[in-house]
Design a protein around this ligand. Structure first.
Ligand code: SAM
Ligand code: SF4
Length: 425
C-alpha cells in the first residue's frame, strides 16, 4: 500500500511541477518520507531519518521536507513541534493535495499540516497511472472499518471506502493497453469492496477484471477472513487468470486470542475458508500474518497457533511481535509475557513456516510454470528473474527481449527464497 502511495506522490509532483525522482538526497528540492505506524519500530525510524536530512536544509534553504503516511496521520502537528524544520505533513488520503500544500508553504513560509480524510477525493485527483513494466498496482478501496483491538489503521487511514467500479475497470483497461499483464488489486481489506450503485461486490469486480483483454494474471492484497465467502472461494475454480496465491492474515490460532483481538472469526471458520479455497484451486499457495505475544497469550494459545499453521499448510508468513499502539484498545491490556518468550515463540513459528515453504518449493521441482518475466536477476544481472503464479521468484538464463512476457519454464531447483528454472525449448 505504501509503495503504491509513494508512486502516486511521484506522479502528482511530476504532473504538477515536472519533478523527477533522485536517489541522491543532496540533489533533492523536496524530500518526502512515506511512513508506517503499524508497529512502534517503524514509527521511531521516521524521527531518526528526519534528523539525517535536517543538515541538508541548512545548506539548501529552499529544500522542502515532508512527512506523509500513517505516522503523519497519527501525529499531525506534533511532528512539526518535534521537528520544526519539517515543512509539510500530509496523510494517506491527502497526498494528492501535495502541490497545493507546497505552494501554500512557499507563499506563507509556514509549515502546512493536512491530515483529513476527504473520502474518495484522492482517487479523483490523481494523474493517470504510468506504465512501467508488465505489472501494476490498482487501488480499489481505502481505509478499514474493522477496528481490530491492536491496530491503528482505521484511525490513520480512515474508514472503508470503495472506488467506483467504472474507474477501477477503466484504469485496468488503460494499463493493459500500455502493456501491463498482471494487476494487483490493492486495499486494506479488498474483499470488503462494494460498489452499491452497480450492485457489485469484490467477486463481481474480479469477474469483470478477468474479462479485460491483455490482463493475464490477477492478484489482490490484502483480504480479510471475515468477508471471504463461498463465492470468492469458488471464483478460484472459475477464473483462471486469478493467480493461485492468497495472502489471508489469521493472526492467531487461539479462539480466545482472536476474540480479544476482535478479529470477528473463529479458527474453525478460518479453516473452512482454507478448505473451500483448496477445493477450488488445488496447489494454491497460501500465506498469512501472525502476531505473537498479544497481551495474555499463554503457551497453550501459542501451541494452538503452531497447530493451525500446520493444519492450514501456510508456505509463507509475516510474523510480528505484538507492538502496543497508542489509542488502540489492546494498548490498555496488561501484558506480562517477557520479551524473550515472545522472541522464542516467533522463532518457533517461523521454523514451522520455513519447513512448509521449503516442502512447497520442492514440490514445484520438475513442474512447468508460467513465469511473468520482470527483468534482470538480482543475483546475476546476466540472467532473468520472474514470478510464478504463486509469487515465487525464479531465476533463469534467457533473452532480455523476454522481459514483460509470460513464458513457461521447467523448475529445476528450489532454494529457501527462490527457484531456478529452464525455459522450454
Ligand atoms: N487488513 C489486513 C488484515 O487485517 O488482514 C492487514 C493489514 S495490517 C496493516 C498488516 C499486519 O500488520 C497485520 O495483519 C498484523 O499482523 C500486523 N499488525 C498490525 N498491528 C500490529 C501491532 N499492533 N503489532 C504487531 N503487528 C501488527
Ligand atoms: Fe488493522 Fe484489523 Fe483493519 Fe487489518 S482488519 S487493517 S488488522 S483493523
Amino acid at each position: 500500500m505504501n509503495e503504491y502511495d509513494s508512486a502516486k506522490m511521484e506522479d502528482v509532483l511530476h504532473a504538477a511541477e515536472g519533478m523527477v525522482l533522485t536517489d541522491r538526497p543532496e540533489d533533492a528540492d523536496v524530500i518526502l518520507f512515506n511512513t508506517c505506524s503499524v508497529r512502534e519500530k517503524a514509527q521511531e525510524k521516521v524521527f531518526s531519518d528526519l534528523g539525517r536530512v535536517k543538515e541538508l536544509k541548512r545548506a539548501k534553504p529552499h529544500l522542502l521536507i515532508g512527512v506523509g503516511g500513517c505516522v503523519a496521520s497519527q501525529e499531525g502537528e506534533a511532528i512539526v513541534q518535534r521537528a520544526p524544520y519539517v515543512d509539510l505533513v500530509f496523510g494517506p488520503q491527502t497526498l494528492h493535495r501535495l502541490p497545493a500544500l507546497m505552494a501554500e508553504r512557499r507563499r506563507t513560509g509556514r509549515a502546512q499540516v493536512d491530515i483529513q480524510f476527504p473520502e474518495i477525493e484522492k482517487f479523483d485527483h490523481l494523474p493517470p497511472a504510468r506504465v512501467e513494466g508488465a505489472t501494476a498496482f490498482v487501488s480499489i478501496m481505502e481505509g478499514c472499518s474493522k477496528f481490530c483491538s491492536f491496530c491503528v489503521v482505521p484511525y490513520t487511514r480512515g474508514t472503508e471506502i470503495s472506488r467506483p467500479a467504472v474507474d477501477v475497470l477503466r484504469e485496468v483497461a488503460e494499463l493493459a493497453a500500455g502493456g501491463v499483464k498482471e494487476v494487483t488489486l490493492l486495499g486494506q481489506n479488498v474483499n470488503a469492496y462494494i460498489d452499491e450503485a452497480e450492485s457489485l461486490d469484490f467477486t463481481g469486480l474480479l469477474e469483470l477484471v478477468d474479462q479485460i483483454p491483455g490482463i493475464e494474471r490477477i492478484r489482490f492484497t490484502t483480504s480479510h477472513p471475515r468477508e471471504f465467502g463461498p463465492r470468492l472461494c469458488d471464483a478460484f475454480a472459475r477464473l483462471e487468470r486469478l493467480a493461485g496465491y492468497v495472502h489471508l492474515p489469521v493472526q492467531s490460532g487461539s479462539d480466545r486470542i482472536l476474540s480479544a483481538m476482535k478479529r470477528g472469526y473463529t479458527t474453525l471458520e478460518y479453516k473452512s475458508i482454507i478448505r473451500r479455497l483448496r477445493e477450488s484451486r488445488p496447489g494454491l499457495a497460501l500465506s498469512t500474518d501472525f502476531i505473537v505475544g498479544f497481551p495474555g497469550e499463554t503457551d497453550e494459545d501459542h501451541a494452538k497457533t503452531l497447530q493451525l499453521a500446520r493444519d492450514c499448510g501456510f508456505d509463507s508468513a509475516f510474523i510480528f511481535i505484538y507492538s502496543p499502539r497508542p489509542g488502540t484498545p489492546a494498548a490498555a491490556l496488561a501484558d506480562d509475557t517477557p520479551h524473550e518468550v515472545k522472541v522464542a515463540r516467533l522463532q518457533e513459528l517461523q521454523a514451522v513456516i520455513d519447513a512448509q515453504g521449503q516442502a512447497f518449493a520442492q514440490r514445484l521441482v520438475g513442474t512447468q510454470q508460467p513465469v511473468l518475466i520482470e527483468g534482470p536477476s538480482r543475483k546475476n544481472p546476466e540472467e532473468l528473474m520472474g514470478r510464478t503464479p504463486d509469487n515465487r521468484i525464479v531465476n533463469f538464463a534467457g533473452s532480455a527481449e523476454w522481459v514483460g512476457q509470460i513464458r513457461t519454464l521447467t523448475i529445476t531447483e528450489a532454494y529457501p527464497h527462490s527457484l531456478r528454472g529452464e525455459p522450454l525449448a
